[in-house]
Design a protein around this ligand. Sequence first.
Ligand code: CA
Length: 244
Amino acid sequence: MASILVVEDETAIADIIRFNLEEAGYTVRVAADGEQALREVEAARPDLLVLDLMLPLVDGYAVCKAVRARSGIPILMLTAKDSEEDKVRGLEMGADDYVTKPFSPRELVARVRAILRRRRAPAEPLPDEPLRVGELEIHMARREVLRDGRPVPLTAREYELLEYLALRPGRLFQRDELLRDVWGYEYPGDLRTVDVTVRRLREKIEPDPSRPRYLLTRRGAGYMLQVPDQAPGPAPAERLSERP
Ligand code: CA
């Protein structure tokens, strides 16, 4: 069963989270501050981090950034207030998803389960041949992306979005479809989550993120991945918009 590190300084909240995750069958450790969290990530190698934004000494953003610098471990962020800015900033720091406080324990467990469900079972056979998208190579067996032969550091969610679209090139997906299929949401979520992840992915895979060649926006419709060899040609103006 997956192991989860909960980073939360408020004991009462940490206990509620621990109780509910253990009830759901997960192994849970708790870190009360950012420094302890970083030590635990190194030593215990958890499968997922539940990270509170409001922490003493080092805040959740800094912890998120420090973890991201060394690991692609999925991060579910707890934001104290329902602030758009907090969520977007968390996602930009590399969090995979967030839950707003006060949260229902059921929702938190559902989010954790959804994130972990996206991880592929290692036993599942995967093709050795990488998917090729322009100068990108997507190695599904190792969940690794190379750009011009060099590894691209992607978060778990960025990788999953790219792989999902790359397996279905030229198909247009609405943002709520992507939340359901890539994020595993069983109920409507915040569509901005998709926009922010697309933007971060573009910064890592596109030669010019402001004029995407691969990950295209269709205004009013959604996102699609285009393999340049299949449809060469100049980028129409509609591809330049940031959001559908
Ligand atoms: Ca806290």
